[in-house]
Design a binder for this molecule. Structure first.
Ligand code: EPS
Length: 375
């Protein structure tokens, strides 16, 4: 299973192709649209989200609500393209307007302009933009619906906004309520404090990041492998999370905290009760030896603050080489809620690939039978 995405932030549309979906997977497009709307939500989002109304249009690979086993191709229209058509059209457009040379620290602008031999960072930033994550979320919903057939559920919440941290431990059921909250946080005092901080940052033209926790419930043991480095489940999930724009750190289970503790405080002791092996703790975050161990998978990702600051950081104009203030017309103050949805989707994408590769089979019936027969 493989997802390919295309599309510029202010181009006509974003598109995606998923190859390798089994046939007879029932897909609900309203569920996809609801996840797309959630990605656009969250406290701290900027003016662009008032323009866009992301909805999926499926072009191929599905008939009467079921996949066919052929590539699933889809698009999401960028409504803002109407305001950008004269500068962004694939042919005969005016590229002299909307030029960006006051390259933004932390964005792809400067390295991209050099690497792709451009004189306008727009030719790079349009693709580097987190707008691309809309496609990943549309596909993510497809993968989430696929995984649900095997009893696998993915959820998450925001743990920390710019250092305002909720250190509580929640059950999988409890975190299901997070998406009703303005910042997807479960501690209301911390959430209010974080919202006040974002209000302050908005006034000051600054931005914030945070920490997001993603959990996977219900996956049987043995997904991923200890036999080759490239097949380790933790390596694959961390790479998937790191591929999300603005993510700068990822940990599984206790993660960095494990380095400070004795082995006796870290490793989850094994018991045998009611005819099954079990553990009373889950410090490993559901993965041992690069394989799922049947416990909940726990992954946390750290998002850096958005690099477009309205107050503008010091930079150098790429063309004049003179000191300048970095470009900024509009920006999100924080996009931690969007990142939570995108991370769920990225994890779902990686897991769907791993599950379908282990199961093989061309249709859902074959895959479901094989999953049922796994130990
Ligand atoms: C982004 C810049 C902003 C964000 C965008 C990501 O867009 P614009 O330049 O149009 O104001 O709103 O995110 C989205 C459009 C989105 O849908 O998430 C960037 O530079 O990464």
């Amino acid at each position: 299973m493989k997802l390919t995405t295309a599309g510029e932030s202010h181009g006509k549309a974003l598109t995606g192709i998923i190859e390798g979906l089994p046939s007879n997977l029932k897909l609900n497009t309203e569920e996809i649209n609801n996840l797309l709307a959630l990605r656009q939500s969250g406290y701290g989002r900027g003016a662009r989200q008032k323009i866009e109304r992301d909805r999926i249009e499926i072009l191929s690979g599905m008939r009467n609500g079921f996949t066919l086993g052929s590539p699933l191709a889809f698009l999401i229209i960028n409504k803002d393209y109407e305001n950008w058509r004269e500068y962004m059209s694939p042919e005969n457009c005016d590229t002299s307007k909307r030029v960006l040379t006051r390259v933004r620290p932390g964005h792809a602008d400067l390295t991209g302009i050099i690497k792709y031999d451009q004189s306008d960072a727009r030719n790079v930033l349009e693709r580097a933009s987190a707008r691309e994550t809309a496609v990943r979320v549309a596909a993510g919903s497809v993968f989430i619906q696929y995984l649900r057939n095997f009893g696998v559920e993915i959820s998450g919440y925001v743990k920390n906004v710019c250092g305002i941290a909720d250190e509580s431990v929640y059950t999988f059921k409890e975190i299901g309520k997070a998406k009703q909250e303005p910042l997807f946080m479960l501690n209301s005092e911390k959430q209010e404090e974080a919202m006040r901080l974002l209000d302050k940052f908005k006034e000051e033209g600054d931005t914030a990041g945070g920490v997001i926790e993603i959990r996977v419930n219900g996956l049987k043991s043995g997904f991923g492998s200890c036999m080759q480095y490239s097949t380790k489940l933790d390596a694959i999930l961390c790479a998937a999370a790191m591929s999300v724009q603005a993510i700068k750190g990822v940990e599984i289970g206790l993660g960095f905290k494990a380095a400070n503790l004795a082995g006796s405080k870290v490793h989850d002791e094994i018991f045998y009760k009611d005819n099954r092996f079990c553990r009373e703790t889950n410090n490993a975050g559901g993965i041992e030896g690069g394989m799922s161990n049947g416990e909940e998978i726990v992954l946390r990702a750290a998002m850096k603050p958005i690099p477009t600051l309205m107050k503008g950081l010091k930079t150098v104009d790429y063309l004049t080489k003179k000191p300048a203030t970095a470009a900024g017309e509009r920006s999100d103050v924080a996009a931690v809620c969007a990142a939570e949805i995108v991370l769920e989707s990225a994890v779902a994408c990686a897991l769907a690939e791993i599950v379908s590769a282990r199961l093989g089979g061309d249709n859902m019936r074959e895959q479901l039978e094989r999953y049922k027969n796994l130990r």
